[in-house]
Design a protein around this ligand. Sequence first.
Ligand SMILES: [Cu+2]
Length: 155
Amino acid sequence: MFNAAGSLPGKALPVIVAAGLMSAMAAQAFAGTDGLKLSGGWMRIIIASRPAAGYFALKNDGSAERKLVGASSPGCGMMMLHRSKTENGIDKMMSVKAVAVPAHGTIRFAPGGYHIMCMQPKATVKPGKSVPVTLSFGDGSTLTGDFTVRGATSK
Ligand SMILES: [Cu+2]
């Protein structure tokens, strides 16, 4: 972040603040399409009707950080943001409230780390099929993409 207060005449400051507000509003007007790109979405189901994990990459071409706060899918009942972690040799999974997508950055949800958990997969969630997943962000915007379903042996 920059600090304008010290280097600019006092009267210039309100203009900068107003411009900042306008760009924040513009970001919301283009909800879901403003510089965010979802790619490589897939889901691994091991046993039918048991929770399945979803993975993807999310690229933020925008100049503001976005916060991923949730996910949903018609194929999943409830969906949660999770993170896998190995602690003292034991694999653990914890739920996560939000994941930041830095400006001009990419985050990857991948086996062994962050994933979205499809808590109650429906019969439509089976290898070879694909299911739509909608990601939601802190500013109220959403982004939907198709996730390919794979079986137990996929990495
Ligand atoms: Cu999980």
